[in-house]
Ligand binder design. Structure first.
Ligand code: HEC
Ligand code: HEC
Length: 283
């Protein structure tokens, strides 16, 4: 009898440990695998300009790019109406900004939720020729892998812009106003100038005035001082080929590759970029 009990005991322990070890077995989670394999720097370029990054040529989309660019509705800072877009009026070429914050989405939502929000199966048709504030059905133009790159960007790669400058806003969207201060957050301008000369000057010139950005009368000096929200993004992740400005004959327009620099390098350059002699503004 004792032996039987012992046997049952051993059997029960064996069953329990078997089922436990089975639970502990790492189940391949397809979502997590896709997320881990994704590239947040590619996600950053998609976030900037989906159409140019994937090479969309359908004029139903390319004629109104801002209605498809994530940054146009969500902001370079991911903060929507409460961030840098606070003073951005909508028009027939620019959508109304999203009222929520993707920085909160980053905190609160899982990767599958964010993936589904971007794929947006029931969203605005990309080929309808309708341009409104509803988010497009990006699953129509992006592969799942590209959507995962965007999930990675939002969840992990994107900067918290507070690490680069202080934004002070007054009023409310779209008639509010904004002011940047502490640009570069105490970075080292000497180191910043050295990085600029080593990494950026080859294309942008020693004084940042070789490329007239978009041919709209803007040198890097202007951007360092007036557009730090865009600088924190583009200095690192560059930008896909600038199809719309090339199409209208801007010979300065082009593609900027992803750069191998650190966030501290960006802060250092931002401080260096406040010097209007070294980095003149466009006249
Ligand atoms: C034309 C404006 C517009 C564009 C362009 C746009 N969105 Fe959105 N986005 C919205 C709106 C509005 C919502 C709120 C949900 C809805 O109505 O679909 C939203 C919701 C989201 C959400 C979920 C937010 C939440 O609170 O749960 C994510 C994530 C998101 N967008 C990411 C992106 C990405 C990535 C891109 C570019 C590939 C993009 N969006 C482009 C307008 C836009
Ligand atoms: C291989 C050449 C190249 C290098 C290196 C390079 N850029 Fe650029 N950059 C470009 C081109 C081309 C553009 C796009 C201009 C256009 O389309 O009007 C650009 C655009 C930009 C823009 C503005 C984009 C906009 O949309 O307003 C910023 C900001 C910028 N570069 C910063 C930098 C910084 C900072 C560095 C160094 C870390 C750097 N770039 C290195 C070629 C380069």
């Amino acid at each position: 009898m004792k032996n039987v009990r012992l046997l049952i005991g051993v059997f029960v322990i064996a069953m329990v440990s078997y089922s436990c070890s089975n639970d502990n077995e790492v189940k391949p989670d397809a979502d997590q695998i896709a997320f881990d394999a994704a590239d947040g720097a590619i996600g950053a370029r998609l976030y900037d300009h989906v159409l140019n990054q994937v090479g969309v040529t359908d004029t139903k989309m390319t004629s109104k790019p801002n209605f498809f660019r994530c940054k146009s509705c969500h902001g370079w800072d991911l903060l929507g109406q409460k961030g840098v877009l606070i003073d951005k009026q909508s028009s027939d070429s620019y959508p109304v900004a999203f009222s929520g914050s993707l920085m909160e989405v980053r905190q609160n939502d899982g990767i599958r939720e964010i993936f589904d929000a971007i794929k947006n199966t029931s969203g605005r048709s990309t080929t309808s020729g309708i341009y409104d504030n509803n988010m497009p059905a990006f699953g129509e133009i992006l592969t799942d892998d590209q959507i995962w790159d965007l999930v990675k960007f939002i969840k992990e790669t994107a900067h918290d812009v507070n690490d680069f400058y202080q934004l002070t806003t007054t009023g409310t969207y779209p008639t509010g106003s904004k002011e940047f201060s502490d640009i570069g957050r105490g970075g080292d301008p000497v180191a910043g100038l050295a990085t600029f000369k080593a990494v950026c000057a080859g294309c942008h010139g020693q004084n940042g005035n070789k490329i007239n950005i978009y041919c709209k009368g803007e040198y890097l000096g202007n951007m360092f001082r007036e557009d730090p929200h865009e600088m924190q993004h583009k200095a690192l992740w560059g930008m896909p080929n600038d199809e719309e400005h090339i199409a209208v004959g801007c010979t300065d327009a082009g593609m900027m590759p992803i750069q191998s620099i650190t966030d501290q390098d960006i802060r250092n350059m931002m401080v260096a970029g406040q010097d209007t002699v070294q980095f003149p503004g466009y006249k």
